[in-house]
Design a protein around this ligand. Sequence first.
Ligand SMILES: [Zn+2]
Length: 336
Amino acid sequence: MQSHVRRPWLLLVLVLVGVLITVRSYNRGVSRAILAESQVAPANPPRELAAKIATDQASANANLVTWHIGSVDPRFGITEKELADCIRKATDLWEAAAGTRLFRQDEKEGFPVNLVFDERQELLLEQRKEKPHLDELAETVRQLKEYRQTTLQRFENANKELEARYKAHETAVRDYNAKVGYWNRTRDASPEVVSELDATKASLQSEAEALESQHDAVAKLRDQDSEAVQAVNRAVDALNSAAAAFNALAKPGAMTQVGVCVRSSKVEKIEVFAFQDFNSLTCTLAHEFGHALGVAHVQKTGALMNPVADAKAGEKELRLTDEDKQALQEALKKDP
Ligand SMILES: [Zn+2]
């Protein structure tokens, strides 16, 4: 029995589940020549030749890994045709790497491919339902953070301006006081000097009043900024608790078995228990059909035959790594 497990979505802690591997290899070595020969047979071959062709065809077929659509639980929301399309994409991948035909679809022979619905897919569907809500909360956080940047900028600019104005005012007051001190000591101020000093004093007083109201305006900007910070924090809290609830749907750290290929003398079947979308389904199918060929697990990260599926496999291009191809060559070399 060969299993395929996937990382739980969004969870970072991983616990590996040990998987028992017992593989019986298949007879292989189907050459294109045999198939070609039977395909180019004359329209009305002599009985003997027809029989030989039929035998060749049968023995060629016998070497192919045969599959058929088994039971498909309707709760997966996938038609048998869509499943068959995914299977063909998965098997094409191996055939392209082998450079020969390896699989055959049948009405009822060979591996049944079953989609078995249980709490694993239920969980994925639940998560899929929750995802837009999470995205919405994350977008709210992003917008509020952006807005907070503008309130911070506004406050900082105004505050800088206010500080400069305070400094200039302080300098002017110092100058004024120095002048007043000087004329008090000399007791020799002309009426022009006195009226100039009075004018300066009045202007300093009105500047002090202006500074007061500018200070109030800056304080208002600071309040707006701290309100914006609080709004960001509230939104982050909401996002965090929603994400925690989302993650709690899956057992933290637990691995989910998403597929299995059973090969024994009694039972032969491929089953898939959970998938996000057609791409991740195709990925799991390609893994299990690899086992159907007798391909063993590959420990290299990113390999299709790695026992732990990439949680984001569905977003990547379906491909075999060099290690997968090596494992395929080894499986094809084996005798039955
Ligand atoms: Zn596996």
